[in-house]
Design a protein around this ligand. Sequence first.
Ligand code: SF4
Length: 378
Amino acid sequence: MTANLLDYDLDGLAAFCETLGEKRFRATQLYRWIHQRGASDFDQMSDLAKALRAKLRGVARIEGLPVISQHDSADGTIKWLFDVGQGNAVEAVFIPEDDRGTLCVSSQAGCAVGCRFCSTGHQGFARNLTTGEIVAQLWFAEHYLRQHLQTQERVISNVVMMGMGEPLQNYAALVPALRTMLDDHGYGLSRRRVTVSTSGVVPMMDRLGQDCPVALAVSLHAPADALRDNLVPINRKYPLAELLDACNRYLAHAPRDFITFEYCMLEGVNDQPEHAALLIDLVRRHGGTGVPCKFNLIPFNPFPQSGLRRSSQAQVQAFAKLLSDAGIVTTVRKTRGDDIDAACGQLAGDVRDRTRVEVRIARQRSVVELPASVGGSA
Ligand code: SF4
């Protein structure tokens, strides 16, 4: 079995090249070809000696994920469904805005956390993605978009690890993937523009702060433990007080001076004025000094199995006003790509159990004309 070079950050690739008797600068050249130019064929790499290219062909490959389907929304949002084998699929979503292009990336096939409002949580957990499978989503999307938009400029300026899965429960694969996103020889993204979203895996928040601090979003969704235990079951292991302590510790390393709290608005469950009052109290008073934060209110994407309903727009606005009036910067997430069901996997309204994924993959394979993979398999 050859090594998939998408699995390596630059240090990893340098170590791999060393086993071939090659110096680090060769690894840098190779890494730039792969990530900056989207190369998937060693013969494209014209500044590498022919003998090295031949050697690489024998021991390595650059292999992306097969695209099952691509959905283009009228508002420019694009969703890709990638095949990760054995009937599993993961999503990545590109969201263009005036001043940025954001890619929402998945870290696991399914998720073990089981948040009540999340369709991915209802699918159960299949497996962790490899580093290469995480990076492949960005690699494909960036080079597809450059080709599609006929530009040599970078298209994706922001990555949010908010697709399917809990990234901090796939830590070993996540960190090298983040390093490739940040590396100037890779995608060169600013730490402030790469966001890891977590349901609150406290020990791994601490490790991320040490190993690879990037922007952090925390899925809060409730102002008190009793309710959060129910909505975000990991709260039973890491309750709010521990989570907020970890947020403050993280801020000592973070590239931003605030944590973003995600809050999914659920009618009659967590959207009442008393919930807003408890939230304000929680983030203001925790540990005596509070937690510097912003809130992002997310309109719930209903699906039948959840037994939950979306808060009305008026309720969301009223809730946002209560937080804003208390001096907390609060935004309401715009729904994008409604016509293609493009909410990131963790909030997508289309519940797929494992069997349905297989059926859907088979169906879409037969009816969808796939876009030409820019990288494709070597
Ligand atoms: S919201 Fe995130 S952590 Fe919770 S079940 Fe969904 S993917 Fe997992």
